[in-house]
Unconditional design. Structure first.
Ligand code: CUA
Length: 364
């Protein structure tokens, strides 16, 4: 005897719980969300968003047809009473089997052709008809991004400036573990692998500030490994290049000079360069750290409501970061290894931190 099916758990609490979760997840897809792949600002991201929508609708039609058939069959042929006989059983139907093999094969081919051509297109270099190329080397570190502009002898961190409407070719690599380079509004995502360079390119068509985020789990502070892409008109980009190529600012202000001395004597120079073309040894190049819109790999926002780097916000952020780097970014190398944080005899004093904040915020 078959028992009549009775749900053993009430569906209502589950639905009540799932609805807000689903709404929260879907809200992240709204085009103006900084990390949403909708609302694109470049042709590559736009092609990818269109491809997603194309695949989504194919999947939606398949889902509705298959689930509709399951529901229809379950209701139409359900056992109505215990005296119902077993219906006629069919084993093997060549025509049906060929049909349901060929239809999915056609669907998969239709999905694969645009997908593969986009993947190859983005990794095989900038097409020659796209104009003058800007070369950038992007290097992933736990947990920040280094950007080198080899044609301009500039090295910076966590802030990628690009001119609008000009192709940018990236060589991607990593200093330690696998990271993923990802700018949702402008580009796809490609892995940054140690000792194995990858290549992608992008074009930003709208001026603005866009989010970049590491998209591969790379350790405890993975979620705090971010950067900003600043897409700007050609004149602004050229001006930025000139500013970044200039040597670090010098000052005669006593507090700034005291900060520079702390910087040199407390071991900071062992990891941080302060000339425009020195590679990040262990930590970011700080030559123009005070010009950047964020601090500590995108963790602190230095801009005010007018979108400009605000000196008092920057100084407050620098202080918070220097006082306790592990609080802002767990397990980061500076907090874990720098003598000023590991050796209580070398701990930065309050005046040391004030002087360092003054010095670093003078590096515009
Ligand atoms: Cu780097 Cu996640």
């Amino acid at each position: 005897m078959h028992r009549v099916f009775k749900p053993s758990i009430s569906l209502r609490p589950a639905l009540l719980l799932l609805t807000p979760i689903a709404i929260a997840l879907l809200a992240a897809c709204t085009p103006d969300n900084a990390q949403s792949t909708f609302g694109t600002a470049g042709p590559i991201a736009e092609d990818q968003a269109n491809l997603f929508i194309f695949i989504f609708w194919i999947a939606a039609v398949v889902f509705v047809l298959v689930e509709g058939a399951v529901i229809y069959v379950s209701i139409r042929y359900r056992r109505r009473s215990d005296s119902d006989k077993l219906p006629h059983q069919t084993h093997g139907n060549t025509k049906l089997e060929i049909t349901w093999t060929i239809i999915p094969a056609i669907i998969l081919i239709a999905v694969a052709i645009p997908t593969l051509s986009q993947i190859w297109g983005q990794q095989s270099g900038v097409p020659t008809d796209q104009g003058e190329v800007l070369n950038v080397e992007a290097i992933g570190h736990q947990w920040w991004f280094e950007f080198r502009y080899p044609d301009h002898e500039i090295i910076t961190a966590n802030e990628l400036h690009i001119p609008v409407d000009r192709p940018v070719a990236f060589k991607l690599t990593s200093q330690d573990v696998v990271h993923i380079f990802r700018v949702p509004k402008i580009d796809g995502k490609v892995a940054m692998v140690p000792l194995n360079d990858n290549f992608i390119w992008m074009i930003g068509t709208e001026p603005g500030v866009f989010y970049g985020q590491c998209a591969e789990f790379c350790g405890v502070a993975h979620a705090l490994m971010r950067f900003r892409v600043i897409a700007e008109p050609r004149e602004d980009f050229d001006a930025w290049l000139l500013e970044q190529a200039a040597p670090a600012a010098e000052s005669t202000d006593p507090l700034i000079l005291a900060g520079k001395k702390v910087f040199q004597q407390s071991g900071c120079t062992g990891c941080h360069a302060t000339d425009p073309s020195s590679k990040g040894r262990i930590g970011p190049n700080l030559t123009h750290v005070a010009s950047r819109s964020t601090l500590a790999g995108g963790v602190f926002e230095n801009r005010d409501e007018f979108d400009r780097v605000n000196p008092s916000i920057l100084q407050a952020n620098l202080r918070e970061w220097l006082e306790d780097p592990l609080k802002a970014k767990p397990a980061n190398i500076m907090g874990m290894q720098a003598a000023v944080y590991t050796d209580s005899n070398k701990k930065l004093s309050e005046p040391d931190i004030s002087a360092l904040v003054a010095y670093l915020s003078s590096l515009k």
